[in-house]
Design a protein around this ligand. Structure first.
Ligand code: GTP
Ligand code: MN
Length: 568
């Protein structure tokens, strides 16, 4: 992957005004001080809980917890990847992204692959129009001419040499190999990967063609042939149909994951425009993470047979660690022998959507599948059930959903909740909600510094030396804020992708009751506490040493000095 220098990203953030950026997309109204409000664009609401701080260059929704800097906003609102967001912001501010020579080459060659694949798609489309048997096949499968056109369906004609003949020259041979359209023969020479197949171009989210799936016309092996993994096509990331689903509706209320190309297309033709499919592989956690950036509800659709149930269980294992609050996952098992393509031809759109409505919840499927794996009529079977379930539930991120699953298990197994969770009652509550106990001075200082980085300028002493968890992070933050002009938004950027990112984000969002005028005093007060703590620790250490052995004269005078200047 090409690297955009971090320094450039920070400069970019300095140029972008988050208030203008958001206001152009979600009209803001000014309310208090430097804060602006709107109804949150990331969840449905009637009152305005979405707040944008000009000082902090940071947004935060009190309703759904969405938050971040200008980059996060654009990424989430426009569904862009990180590099795409940087490109878009760079364009907006008229800045040029500095790139290394090597990566410039790489991005050019990516572009040439996209271009080639687009031309090949057009070639296959032309071939389709000229092939009565291919047209006949699509007709037989009920695909309208309109939909075939919309999904750019095509036909790879018979023959081993069409692509090389039509597109191969000295400069395109390597790209044709790179994007998987040609295969090298062992004895030298090349041949076409796809022959006599209906061609389904695969678009990435932005609509660029990145590969193909090809279906054999009648019977034969393999039924479907897909492009191999290439620099522009990664099967573990891409979802067939996502581009079309997003084009039909930018804000997807739900997405249904089906098994095949034909399922996506048949559903789309009947007006169900939110289906996607993986390409001959199982759904990965990466697929799901990408989908959750566009929707809060995913419905897995499987055959009703045993193979479908097994696939469902595999999908459940992938999705479990991703189950934060606010997202929903359900499972739809179709009648035996049917797939969405065959069903939607027999049933109306409404009937199929009714099935979607009735899809079972994740928790329902989970407990049912576990019960089927164990013999609940015996005690050791029940014990196994509880253990299996409990191990799974522990994988869930801390959330209300996790709590509910634990309660459900305790109800089902007739076991007290406490015996299910030896580490009970830790970390399950949202830290913003647990502000009853006063924060430690370190946490307070860190929170203030994240929210008001300019505070670093009003403390002039050297920082104390402390062996405290999190203190190194504080020092790094302090020194950074001392040397650069930062905002909360740019601090977040500095820690993006790092281990401590979560903590920084949490601190950025903590609500405190300190009035604007008192912030500096609170900060200096917290630092005083930290200095005092450091001093006390050294005094204690020296006194402990003195009780064992005589201190050196240096140590004695150090101790005296510490005691006489002791901070109270
Ligand atoms: P139709 O018979 O055209 O309706 O396809 P289907 O989608 O009903 O078939 P199936 O359930 O067999 O396949 C589902 C998906 O699995 C397809 O869309 C392909 O992505 C993939 N697939 C099916 N057969 C093959 C194969 O032989 N090789 C590979 N790599 N993938 C396949
Ligand atoms: Mn089918």
């Amino acid at each position: 992957m090409e690297q955009i220098p971090r320094e450039f990203i920070q400069q970019l953030l300095e140029r972008v005004e988050i208030v203008d950026l958001i206001d152009a997309r979600v009209p803001l109204r000014k309310k208090s001080g430097n804060n602006y409000f709107a109804c949150c664009p990331f969840h449905n609401e009637k009152s305005a809980s979405f707040s944008v701080s000009q000082n902090k260059q940071f947004y935060h929704c009190f309703g759904c917890g969405a938050h971040g800097n200008a980059i996060d906003f654009l990424m989430n609102h426009e569904h862009l990847t990180f590099p795409e967001t940087i490109e878009s912001l760079a364009k907006l501010t008229g800045m040029e992204i500095p790139r290394e020579k090597k990566s410039a080459h790489k991005s050019i060659s990516h572009q040439s692959l996209y271009d080639l694949l687009t031309q090949i798609t057009q070639f296959y489309q032309t071939q389709l129009r000229q092939s009565p048997i291919a047209i006949q096949y699509l007709k037989k499968r009920g695909i309208s001419g309109e939909i075939a056109k919309e999904f750019c369906l095509g036909y790879a004609p018979p023959g081993w040499d069409n692509i090389r003949q039509t597109f191969g020259n000295a400069t395109t041979l390597q790209p044709l190999l790179d994007c998987g359209m040609l295969i090298k023969k062992e004895e030298g020479g090349y041949y076409d990967r796809f022959r006599e197949r209906i061609m389904f171009p695969i678009h990435d989210k932005r609509g660029r063609i990145i590969g193909f799936g090809g279906r054999i016309l009648e019977t034969g092996e393999p039924k479907y042939l897909n492009s191999p993994e290439t620099p522009v096509f990664q099967k573990g990331h891409e979802l067939y149909g996502l581009y079309y689903a997003l084009r039909a509706n930018r804000q997807l209320t739900r997405v249904i994951i089906v098994e095949g190309y034909m399922d996506v297309i048949a559903l789309f033709q009947q007006g169900i425009t939110y289906a996607v499919a993986t390409m001959g592989t199982a759904t990965t956690a990466n697929h799901l993470q990408r989908l959750f950036r566009h929707t809060s509800e995913i419905i897995f659709c499987f055959d009703g047979d045993q193979a479908g149930r097994t696939a469902g269980w595999r999908a459940l294992q992938q999705v479990f660690p991703l189950m934060r609050d606010g997202i929903q996952v359900r499972f739809l098992f179709l009648p035996d022998g049917e797939d969405p393509d065959s069903l939607i031809r027999k049933e109306s759109k409404e009937q199929f959507e009714q099935r979607i409505q009735q899809a079972v919840s994740l928790s329902h499927f989970f407990f049912q599948a576990l019960a089927n794996q164990t013999d609940l009529t015996h005690m050791d079977g029940r014990a196994r059930y509880v253990k299996l379930a409990n191990d799974f539930i522990h994988q869930l991120p801390d959330s209300f959903f996790k709590k509910m699953m634990q309660e459900e298990l305790s109800k089902k197994a007739g076991i007290h909740l406490d015996s299910l969770q030896p580490r009970a009652h830790t970390k399950t509550l949202n830290p913003v909600l647990t502000k009853a106990k006063p924060p430690s001075p370190l946490r307070l200082a860190m929170m203030l510094l994240v929210q008001y980085p300019e505070l670093a300028q009003c403390y002039h002493e050297p920082l104390p030396q402390l062996e405290l968890k999190g203190f190194d992070l504080f020092c790094e933050l302090f020194n950074l804020a001392k040397q650069h002009r930062l905002t909360t938004g740019s601090i977040l950027e500095h820690w993006r992708g790092r281990e401590e990112e979560k903590l920084i984000v949490k601190l950025a969002q903590l609500e405190h009751m300190i009035p604007q005028g008192g912030v500096e005093n609170e900060f200096l007060g917290a630092l005083k506490q930290l200095n005092k703590l450091a001093q006390t620790l050294i005094i204690e250490r020296l006194l402990a040493k003195a009780s064992q052995q005589e201190l050196s004269s240096e140590e004695k005078s150090h101790l005296n000095q510490l005691i006489s200047t002791k901070i109270v």
